[in-house]
Design a protein around this ligand. Structure first.
Ligand code: ADP
Ligand code: MG
Length: 283
């Protein structure tokens, strides 16, 4: 596996506020990487830097080996981007919305129709974007990123604000791209999304990456948060820490015949994030 995106000691301040404070990344080609962090953590800023839209203050970022401060037009064709603040032109049709960007990339009618089909919007090609459902709008934004059939996709909160069914449709499209060997860099503040899609994730908090690895590995590192969940015959549940202090309680509940089932619950990423930052991710 070769590195697709690397970052070394990236810093970025706005005014006197340090938004990114020494970011290191090493994203392998073909993986889905998830950057997680609460609103304002610096996720969009980092994508801007990695895609050459914004210069960092210091540090180096490479995308398929090229310094992101020196990307050529040809380099840019090799990655597709949706940003959380990219809008759509509501009065223009889906087709026309895509045509605006197709021009930039030297893509034409054929490519536009292909991406519309790929995101399931062929039937809505002539529909004004303002008339689309939220899920369809999400797919239109994705179509824009797919336009040049790029090797790397940067998807900034691709399912933000979507209902679970629409989000699942987009998840499937992202997983299909991975199957085709594409590299995906996505940001999210939903843990379940990261657990479902990502091979590796980084948790960003106050400008620093506070955890990095596969969702399973990260959760395992926080094994001390593992809990025992005991379901009682009277229908109630109790949860206790998964350690030696639980022994007495369990012995008593089993001895008295009150316990029906006992499960261990693994800590999830949300719990891990809370422990690391004292903050809720989705807040
Ligand atoms: N161009 C800018 N000028 C000044 N401040 C900015 C600019 N872009 C982002 N910020 C600030 O940087 C912080 C991180 O923003 P952002 O990267 O958008 O976070 P996220 O995408 O994680 O929500 C926020 O406090 C935001 O207000
Ligand atoms: Mg953002």
């Amino acid at each position: 596996m070769s590195s697709s995106i690397t970052a070394e000691k990236i810093t970025k301040s706005f005014g006197n506020r340090a938004v990114l404070d020494g970011i290191d990344l090493d994203i392998q080609s073909g993986e889905i990487f998830g950057l997680l962090g609460p609103s304002g953590a610096g996720k969009t800023t980092l994508i801007r830097i990695l895609t050459g839209q914004l210069p960092q203050d210091s540090g180096t970022a490479l995308i398929t080996g090229t310094d992101t401060r020196r990307l050529s037009g040809n380099d840019r064709r090799r990655f597709g981007i949706t940003m959380d603040d990219f809008g759509v032109y509501e009065r223009l049709s889906c087709y026309e919305n895509l045509k605006i960007f197709a021009g930039i990339y030297g893509a034409g009618k054929r490519e536009i129709n292909e991406v519309l089909a790929k995101v399931g919007l062929s039937g809505a090609a002539k529909t004004p974007a303002g008339k689309l459902s939220k899920g369809m709008t999400g797919r239109l934004k994705l179509a824009r990123a797919f336009m040049t059939d790029p090797d790397i996709l940067f998807l900034d909160e691709p399912t933000s604000g979507l209902d679970p069914v629409s989000a699942a449709e987009i998840h499937k499209m992202i997983l299909d791209e991975k199957k085709r060997g594409k590299t995906v860099f996505l940001t999210t503040h939903t843990m379940t999304e990261a657990e479902k899609l990502c091979g590796n994730i980084a948790l960003l908090n106050e400008g620093r990456i506070v955890e990095y690895g596969s969702p399973e590995d990260i959760c395992r590192r926080y094994d001390h948060q593992r809990r025992l969940k005991i379901h009682l015959k009277d229908g109630s549940d109790i949860e206790i820490p998964h350690n030696v202090s639980a022994a007495g309680t369990i012995a008593e509940l089993i001895g008295s015949g009150k316990a029906e089932t006992i499960h261990t619950t693994e800590p999830d990423l949300e719990t891990v994030f809370m422990e690391l930052t004292g903050k809720e991710l989705s807040a």
